[in-house]
Design a protein around this ligand. Structure first.
Ligand SMILES: Cc1cc2nc3c(=O)[nH]c(=O)nc-3n(C[C@H](O)[C@H](O)[C@H](O)COP(=O)(O)OP(=O)(O)OC[C@H]3O[C@@H](n4cnc5c(N)ncnc54)[C@H](O)[C@@H]3O)c2cc1C
Length: 269
């Protein structure tokens, strides 16, 4: 289906982009367009104007600080992450980005778009929750930084408010992470997924089972402790044509154990 008529602007600075978004309630940021253009074609979203972020160099790039913290610009694509020597400091990032959809989607889709769309089947929201990422949001009132636990608010809803932009994502140092998913076909949409990090405490984030990633802190990385934590979360996953609610709940346990096992293997424990 063709897009309905829509205004288009390509600002040259974040300040300009924020001005354009603030000036028009019906304006939406355009990143890789891999979700937004599709929902516009389906008429599930119908913005009056698109503010194209693709000219904003300020929002691109990956920096590795001396303490191992990675700072990734919101407009950095999956391909840029998986090819980045700096991003290898946290290997799970490139590994997960390499499994998102296909090469076309990976060349256009951005970390910022993935997190801001907060589609419950997306790969990156649970991963960011598990690794303890922090998101910086810019708006008319300046910048604020929120932890992943407070960033995801609901299906397609995040802490990025009207007239605001996610500008960058900070990921602390670490290597002991794991990710496990059951997908529709190879590298397809996730039916259920789990990300884990055992840097310090055990953190497990479940995807596809609720509107936002479900962050758990099992008492240990032991399989039974992980399964108990998932059961105690009282999940009521969605029931759809791809999987029943009961099947997703069972997958959540299995995938949480797999993700934690992979993280422990990375840590050598
Ligand atoms: C065939 C196909 C298969 C896919 N499979 C998967 C999959 O298995 N796993 C997965 O994770 N994803 C998958 N996706 C989605 C893909 O990863 C998208 O790239 C991603 O969801 C959105 O990123 P984007 O950069 O394309 O953002 P866009 O589509 O441009 O934007 C998405 C939303 O985020 C907002 N936005 C974007 N950037 C910002 C910002 N910096 N600040 C504020 N708001 C912003 C936009 O206004 C829009 O509402 C798939 C997409 C396709 C087409």
């Amino acid at each position: 289906m063709l897009l309905r008529e829509v205004e288009y602007a390509k600002p040259t600075s974040v300040a300009d982009a924020l001005r354009l978004l603030a000036a028009n309630d019906g304006a939406r940021a355009l990143a890789g367009g891999q979700t937004l253009v599709n929902v516009m074609k389906a008429r599930a979203a119908s913005p009056d104007a698109l503010v194209d972020l693709n000219g904003l160099r300020e929002l691109r790039g990956i920096e590795l600080a001396g303490d191992g913290t990675l700072t990734i610009g919101a407009m950095t694509t999956y391909t840029e992450i998986l090819e980045s020597p700096e991003a290898r400091a946290r290997p799970i990032l490139g590994e997960v980005c390499a499994t998102i959809a296909d090469v076309q989607v990976r060349n256009r889709g951005t970390i910022g778009g993935n997190l801001c769309s907060n589609d419950p089947t997306n790969h990156l929201p649970p991963l960011m929750a598990a690794v303890g990422a922090r998101m910086t949001i810019a708006g008319a009132a300046g910048e604020r930084t929120v932890p992943a636990e407070e960033f995801f608010l609901g299906v397609y809803l995040t802490a990025v408010g009207p007239g605001e932009l996610l500008t960058r994502v900070q990921i602390p140092a670490g290597t002991a992470d794991g990710f496990a998913a059951i997908t529709l076909g190879v590298d397809g949409t996730c039916i259920a997924n789990a990300a884990a990090s055992v840097e310090g405490d055990v953190r497990v984030a479940l995807g596809c089972v609720d509107a936002v990633p479900v962050l758990l802190r099992p008492s240990s990385g032991d399989a039974e402790a992980v399964r108990s934590a998932v059961r105690e979360a009282g999940l009521e996953p969605p029931n759809d044509v791809h999987a029943s609610s009961e099947y997703r709940a069972e997958l959540a346990e299995v995938l949480a154990v797999r993700a934690v096992r992979a993280a422990l293997e990375r840590r050598g424990g």
